[in-house]
Design a protein around this ligand. Structure first.
Ligand code: CP
Length: 324
């Protein structure tokens, strides 16, 4: 898609929300607008000088209470490619460790006239709370087991890039569904755009009544793999489990791990996706993670364009001011 067609599409839909907290609260049109905007930003990272002035003068703060590699770095790079100023605050080395409340921290950041706050927190709902009390735009970079909207957006973008569409595509999400914010955001995004979603994992890791979100459930890996256009693997989120929910990683791998042999049951043009970090030899063997069907690193590349689009739209800019 050229910048001109993106611009035309974007002119027919306008971004109106202050925050990006989850895909549950977005319409299909709003999701498509983000994906179209990301399409126009993808090319900037291929230029010799990978920078445009779109967000010059805007200030973004990354506030991460949980570890991150992909999300934190790509938000930082996205802000820099758009010429915004960005600061990274690690909760452990901030005054939060001296007893300051999170709302006081945000109020102090606001006193410095920041424009956008990217937040990751172990507790579901923290970005929503901050958004309610802040004039800055808040972007949820993952809240507990609840949502990780930019991960799902980059997954949708990757599926659209590789398959030409999302509507009608069959996606199987396999692993720790119960504790996965990636699964939840993907279920909202995929179903809103017309994909067919199957979730699969041990019964202890699949939430009861998840069918109510419009997905099929199977506990048999073979059923999830067969006929899927996309197989999305998730790691077991030990950090969110209060009890041991699988007998052992070895047993999990035997029943739900994807290796070359199991991949033979998949469609010949299947996409293997994973949000990262991959636990090699557990949910995914290296020869599949690094094999010809894997688009795991394409997901990371696409995350940059998607996060540039999110920062751009939330900043209040419009595509009539085209990326130069
Ligand atoms: N996919 C993802 O959120 O990765 P990080 O935890 O490294 O940000």
């Amino acid at each position: 898609m050229t910048t001109a067609t993106v611009s035309h599409a974007a002119q027919t839909a306008q971004w109106t929300k202050k925050d990006l907290l989850g895909l549950r609260e977005l319409s299909a049109e709003e999701i498509r607008l983000i994906l179209q905007t990301a399409e126009s930003f993808r090319e900037i990272s291929l230029r010799p000088i990978k920078k445009v002035p779109a967000l010059r003068g805007k200030t973004v703060v990354n506030l991460f209470f949980e570890p991150s590699t992909r999300t934190r770095v790509s938000f930082e790079l996205a802000a820099k490619r758009l010429s915004a100023d960005i600061m990274n605050i690690a909760a452990q080395s901030s005054s939060l460790s001296k007893g300051e409340t999170i709302l006081d921290t945000v109020r102090n950041l606001e006193a410095l006239k920041i424009d956008m706050l990217v937040i990751r927190h172990a507790a579901a709902g923290v970005p929503h709370l901050i958004a309610k009390h802040s004039h800055a735009s808040v972007i949820n970079a993952g809240d507990g087991s609840h949502e990780h909207p930019t991960q799902a957006l980059l997954d949708l973008f990757t599926i659209q890039e590789k398959k030409g569409r999302v509507e009608g595509i069959s996606v199987s999400i396999i692993g720790d569904i119960a504790h996965s914010r990636v699964a939840r955001s993907n279920i909202w995004g995929l179903t809103k755009l017309g994909a067919r979603v199957t979730v699969c994992g041990p019964a202890t890791l699949v939430p009861p009544q998840i069918e109510q979100l419009g997905v099929r459930v199977t506990y048999k890996l073979e059923e999830a793999i067969r006929g899927a256009d996309v197989v999305m693997l998730l790691r077991i989120q030990h950090e969110r489990q209060e009890a041991t929910l699988v007998p052992s990683l070895r047993e999990y791998r035997l029943r739900y791990g994807i290796d070359r042999e199991r991949l033979k049951q998949a469609k010949p043009d299947v996409l293997i996706m994973h949000p990262g970090p991959v636990n090699r030899g557990v949910e995914l063997d290296s020869d599949v993670a690094d094999g010809p069907f894997s688009v795991i690193l394409d997901q990371v590349t696409n995350g940059l364009a998607v996060r540039m689009a999110v920062l751009y739209l939330l900043s209040g800019s419009r595509l009539e001011e085209e990326p130069a």
